[in-house]
Ligand binder design. Structure first.
Ligand SMILES: C[S@@+](CC[C@H](N)C(=O)[O-])C[C@H]1O[C@@H](n2cnc3c(N)ncnc32)[C@H](O)[C@@H]1O
Length: 331
């Protein structure tokens, strides 16, 4: 996911990423990439609004069938009376994927925090990833499935394929504080906002849609306090306020890609400074080009691996599937 890149290239790359999980979106993205008329339609939009996830979600919001043929999307965009464009301009891709927790939890565990942790999520969307302690986990390894269960029955379980020497946690973290900062925090009690979140789940992915419903239920039982604002200005104060609750862990997943290159560099430098000053720990989970300083401290990701780089305090420790389906720990 590279929201600041050339439009055609974004669609070509998105098509490659989507192949295993959404044949429909892969076909739509290939269709757009090869369609000068639709590319011209998109290029009237601000650059961050041209991204496939947002355009496709807006089309579905206006009843373009998905799964369905590319012709349906093409017709709807070129004949749009302003409704789809208004949705693209007015909403954002805020996909909140709780499945990512199965890849983040080993990174939280690696911090070896003594006592409780205070989670500060950068770009939390609705904050669904702020509840790592409220899920059970099943990590499938070559040696069998490693399970981690919390107290009580009926807890949702997150599953993930794991390769490499991942230090899989044997205990759930004790989370004493959950907060975050987002340009547009979503409210788990607002039906329209949760319907938009569900609409962002890819068409064929019934499993993720069902998981989203469970995750919204978990968060609704104890809604998170999320600050509206820009991560670059609000984060240091949030970090300092969280320190009263335990070891502060700043984390983010699929967020820094939304910043331009200068702001990505500012963010990386701010995080490096906060960690160096001992004010927090840092878990990052972003596409390889987004935080080159983190990615560069690990091996180069082969082109056939499409995933995120998981970092701990600025060091690459693993590659992860964008929705948390797999984790490859780096030696
Ligand atoms: C794709 S969502 C990811 C949500 C969540 N991190 C997850 O992994 O499920 C990206 C989120 O980043 C937020 N975001 C983007 N730029 C931001 C900024 N400069 N400051 C704060 N939040 C931002 C968006 O509003 C959106 O909610």
């Amino acid at each position: 996911m590279e929201v600041h890149g050339d439009t055609r290239r974004q669609y070509v790359e998105f098509a490659a990423d989507a192949v295993p999980d959404s044949p429909c979106f892969a076909e739509w993205a290939r269709g757009v990439a090869d369609d000068p008329e639709v590319l011209a339609w998109l290029e009237r939009l601000p650059v961050p609004k041209r991204q496939p996830n947002l355009v496709f979600a807006a089309a579905r919001w206006h009843d373009v069938p998905a799964p369905g043929p590319y012709a349906g999307l093409r017709r709807a965009l070129l004949a749009d009376d302003g409704g789809i464009e208004a949705t693209i301009r007015g909403r954002a891709t805020q996909t909140n994927e709780v499945g990512r927790l199965a890849t983040l939890l080993p990174a939280f565990d690696l911090l070896e925090a003594t006592g409780p942790i205070a989670l500060v999520e950068v770009g939390p969307s609705a904050g669904l990833c702020l509840y790592p302690d409220r899920y059970d986990y099943a990590w499938a390894t070559d040696a069998g499935t490693v399970r981690l269960r919390g107290p009580g029955a009926g807890r949702p379980e997150l599953t993930c394929r794991v390769d490499g020497p991942a230090p899989l946690p044997t205990a759930l973290p004790e989370v004493a504080h959950r907060t975050g900062v987002d340009l547009n925090p979503l409210d788990v009690t607002d039906p329209d906002q949760m319907a938009w979140l569900a609409n962002l789940v890819w068409p064929e992915d019934d499993g993720r849609r069902a998981q989203l419903v469970r995750a919204v239920g978990v968060a609704r039982a104890d809604p998170p306090r999320l600050l509206r604002g820009d991560l670059l200005t609000e984060l240091p104060a949030l970090v300092d306020a969280a320190a009263a609750y335990g070891t502060v862990v700043v984390f983010h997943s699929a967020v820094i890609a939304y910043l331009d290159d200068d702001d990505r560099a500012r963010f990386a430098s701010m995080m490096t400074g906060l960690v160096a000053e001992g004010r927090c720990r840092w878990v990052s989970n972003e596409a390889p080009r987004v935080l080159p300083g983190v990615t560069g401290l690990g091996p180069a990701m082969p082109p056939d691996v499409r995933g995120f780089v998981l970092g701990v305090d600025g060091r690459a420790v693993a590659w992860t599937h964008g929705h948390g389906r797999w984790l490859r720990w780096l030696a």
